[in-house]
Ligand binder design. Structure first.
Ligand code: SF4
Length: 332
């Protein structure tokens, strides 16, 4: 891995204003390195999707970014771009070209009355207006082939494709302009396990060939263990643990990471007993004091209900960060 391509610092997001506002992201610090797959895991309401929408400036009202910075670092050492300071016109040029996103429920994002070709062509026409029609068609065919779909399906409408194929079309669209960063928000959740893994294997191959970086968001941490380089675990709007995928799998330090890993069957490695995490995620507008996980944690200590454990800074490549009083020394 080389240097950072996306840096997120102290990012805060609220939904609504006043006393009833939900604090959905709390001082999130995260770095995506060039060429890596960074997995983001957590239960529903942990802030994963809010992070994706905030970073891409697609947060819909009443969501509002209330603090922090997001910088994109172009190749070749050009100055970093401040995403939160971009104008709408700058953002339109930036998205798809440098950073693209595959949304949750992407199978329904395709326009049902247009062919695959027409939808791929729209992206190419909007961002590469000087490209000739024949060259755009050739590029659309190339993109379909890239994601494992025969080019003769260019004339198909979405309803003529399987769920897995529609998902691959969305990925082809996201890669159309060769962006540096692709953010995928639960892109395979609606597919069966075999199709999920096929698509993810393909994604990892494409990432190697085209050298883009990926933030992959899912609640299924076992998928991330297989396909990510690093994993960040979110709970209550905070990152609570971040480490290499193998380290998280072998030795999760945060009790919540442990609970998540025990909740999903692993396809490889030793068998382990499945067990859910007791209780429910906290309401973002009424977060418990101290460590937000303390009401569900079987290892809570004296300070857990009073003081929020810090995540700290990673030291060196692949270093682990843990926000837990059990590992307070490792976290500073
Ligand atoms: Fe559990 Fe305390 Fe660690 Fe929170 S800080 S995860 S309550 S041990």
């Amino acid at each position: 891995m080389t240097g950072p391509v996306l840096t997120i610092e102290s990012l805060n997001v609220h939904y609504g204003t006043g006393a009833g506002a939900a604090h959905a992201l709390r001082d999130v610090d995260l770095t995506l390195r060039r060429g890596e797959v960074l997995g983001l895991a957590g239960e529903s309401g942990s802030g994963k999707s809010t992070l994706a929408y905030a970073v891409t400036r697609l947060l819909a009202p009443p969501g509002v970014i209330t603090g922090g910075e997001v910088h994109y670092h172009p190749r070749g050492g050009a100055p970093a771009l401040d995403l939160l300071a971009m104008t709408p016109a700058e953002l339109r040029a930036f998205r798809w070209q440098e950073l693209s996103i595959v949304f949750q429920g992407a199978m329904n994002s395709l326009n049902p009355v247009h062919t695959v070709h027409s939808q791929l062509d729209d992206v190419l026409k909007a961002h590469r207006p000087g490209t000739a029609r024949a060259a755009r068609r050739a590029r659309a065919a190339e993109l379909l082939t890239l994601v494992g779909i025969s080019a003769d399906r260019l004339g198909s409408h979405p309803h003529q494709l399987s769920g897995g194929m529609r998902q691959r079309v969305m990925i082809a669209m996201a890669l159309a302009l060769e962006p540096e960063v692709v953010i995928m928000d639960e892109p395979t959740t609606a597919l069966d396990v075999v199709m999920q893994r096929q698509i993810l294997r393909q994604l990892v191959r494409l990432r190697r060939e085209l050298s883009f970086s990926v933030i992959f968001i899912t609640h299924d941490v076992s998928l991330l263990v297989e396909f990510s380089d690093r994993i960040a675990i979110m709970y209550g709007g905070r990152i609570v643990e971040e480490a290499g995928a193998a380290e998280i799998y072998r030795d999760p330090k945060h009790p919540y990471s442990e609970g998540l890993l025990r909740s999903f069957p692993a396809l490889r490695g030793e068998r382990r007993e499945l067990a859910g995490i007791p209780g429910a995620p906290p309401h973002l507008a009424a977060m418990p004091p101290g460590c937000a996980f303390h009401v569900r944690c079987g290892k809570a200590l004296a300070p857990c209900g009073e003081r929020v454990p810090e995540l700290g800074s990673p030291v060196g490549e692949g270093a682990r960060r843990v926000a837990c009083w059990l590992h307070a020394e490792a976290a500073v």
